[in-house]
Design a protein around this ligand. Sequence first.
Ligand code: KG4
Ligand code: ZN
Length: 355
Amino acid sequence: MSVILGIESSCDETSAAVVRDGRVVLGHVVASQHELHAEYGGVVPEIASRAHLERLLPVLRQAVGEAGVGFEDLDAVAVGNRPGLIGSLLVGVSAAQALAWSLGVPLIGIDHVQAHLYAGHLVDGEEPAAEVMAERTLGLVVSGGHTSLYDVGGPLDAEVIGRTIDDAIGEAYDKAAVILGLGFPGGPAVERCAAGGDADRYALPVSMLGRESLDFSFSGLKTALLYLVRGRPKTVAGKPVFERSSQDLGEQERADLAASFQRAAVHAVTKKIERALDRSAAGYGRLVAGGGVTANRYLRGELASVAERRDLELMIPKMIYCVDNAAMIAGLAHHRFVAGDVDGLDLAAMSTPSG
Ligand code: KG4
Ligand code: ZN
């Protein structure tokens, strides 16, 4: 049994959550900073750290209040301490260190990407939870920073078998949104725009890399979309000059481009999943997915079809646990807590992934 408080501040969401036994979310609050970064078209690290500082204490109090527990009922404090924006991570890590010290409970540092992979286990209230991921699980993380496939042996045991060699898929969505003249954050904006579009209108490249490769590449797709929207650039005084801008797009044209982009981006992912399944001798029984882009309904539908076709159990987070959240941090921390594997109060924030 455990009741763990989780804190997440790696990018532009300030979040706190209380989770029982690694599965049942008792309280969960996310304060998004999207409105602060929208005018810059991307996350501004300095603004993000300041906003975390202002928001973390109210968010913490609200999550613990919602859970109906007192701070004294907490068995451990967990924090996403890697990877992410260093200034943002430091706000969460410092708060977690102070809380763990003052409450006299263990501190547990969690890898944000591993936590995304775990988020499908989370349930609200007393709903029945799926069995904790067993052996022979294929894992997928699709977020703003990662597009990776994993051979998963358990919640704390995931070996990377494929990764992006350039942009992450979420980053590709965000850049596509800029190219198409849509808002920030780009993923949801492209998804909305694509809803009225014809995905057959434009043939955009689905990068497969080498015949054996499980890696991903999205930069060719992004460039192909850019040229479709703005024409091929001419070099004038050493700088690229385009014939057109996103403002010249008609509404239907924009929707068709968004739909064609979305199909190419998602197919790049599902094709690599199929390749990983074909290559695995023992055979995977389960597909576990996580990360911000799993909030995309088209991707969710395509993952469900792959799972059905290949007779896999699909574990995918509820919508609220796809994008950055602290419930996944607290949930995964349970597995380290019960193993007695906790960190010292000198836990460091790290901008790059560990191991
Ligand atoms: O996991 P996340 O919240 O943060 C990272 O760890 O990166 O993922 C954020 C990414 C952003 O690139 C965002 O555009 C994308 O997830 N995203 C989506 C959708 N919702 C968020 N992409 C496509 N469709 C969505 N509905
Ligand atoms: Zn994330």
